[in-house]
Design a protein. Structure first.
Length: 284
């Protein structure tokens, strides 16, 4: 999740001002190590006072529940509840399949713009001479669709709130896992003739968007004011050791809040465009 994504925390300053008024003890916003330098001495450091840690839990949960309730995002609330459940960060991603989440990613303007850019790049890469007609070809064959730089900005939607911009997560043990977006699919060129005219159509089809991201606050970009307190507190919870005498022992890397990696995969609409001008009269 962007830890610029965590701009959602700045928006929360207005919506959750009353809830956050009681917040104490610092906070952070998550991003890759290279994206944001450390902005507070306590950022992503463990709490040593139980009461301070509990205040961070309470204020963080209140802000998140308010936001997800205001904008009807129950699936996001579930992920954050998992995040605020003590334990060890898992390398297994949570697969999000709720229809409203998939629709949010599919219909986002940023997603549509990314597909448009991909198609434009594909057209530019197609050879104008000796094109292959009538055969499916994979986007990866022309180096497209991998590590697509999509950032979603509307914090009132699932894509903006959960994924946001590109960054990554640093797990308590020191492992860093980058965010990733890929678009898989195929394309076909078709040539038709009607009334003495030739038309060439490019169809990009079978498109699948895959988003790999995480709910996390370490490391990250700190906000300001009360929001800074909420975000910084959550970052510290990610570094505060947790033991329960069962699954979480002294060397378990369990923490009070744990990063939650997730995956969203969804089909996108086919795209067909007229590319006659690129080919007609140039085949050999």
């Amino acid at each position: 999740m962007d830890r610029g994504k965590r701009g959602w925390l700045s928006a929360l300053a207005v919506a959750a001002a009353v809830v956050l008024a009681a917040t104490t003890d610092g906070t952070a916003n998550a991003a890759t190590v290279d994206s944001f330098p450390k902005q507070d001495p306590t950022q992503c450091t463990p709490f040593t006072d139980h009461a301070a840690a509990q205040r961070a839990i309470d204020s963080g949960r209140a802000a998140i529940q308010l936001w997800t309730s205001l904008f009807d995002m129950p699936e996001a609330d579930k992920l954050y509840e998992d995040y605020l459940s003590p334990g060890r960060a898992s390398l297994v991603r949570t697969r999000i399949t709720a229809p409203q989440v998939l629709a949010g990613f599919r219909n986002a303007q940023e997603t549509k713009a990314a597909v448009g850019d991909l198609v434009g790049e594909l057209v530019a890469k197609l050879p104008s001479k000796a094109p292959v007609f009538g055969a499916d070809q994979d986007l990866r064959q022309v180096g497209l669709g991998q590590n697509v730089p999509i950032s979603w900005g509307n914090l009132e939607t699932y894509p903006g709130f959960l994924a946001g911009g590109l960054s990554g997560v640093e797990l308590p043990g020191g492992t860093t896992i980058p965010d990733r977006r890929d678009i898989f699919g195929k394309y076909t060129l078709a040539k038709t003739a009607a009334q003495g005219h030739t038309k060439v159509t490019l169809t990009v089809h079978g498109l699948i968007l895959r988003v790999l991201d995480s709910v996390d606050f370490c490391p990250g970009n700190l906000g300001t004011g009360m929001i800074r307190d909420v975000a910084l507190g959550l970052s510290r919870l990610e570094r505060t050791p947790y033991q329960d005498g069962r699954k979480c022992g002294p060397d378990s890397n369990c923490t009070v809040a744990k990063p939650v990696q997730f995956e969203v995969a969804l089909p996108l609409d086919d795209v067909s465009i007229d590319v006659t001008s690129k080919f007609v009269g140039r085949e050999s």
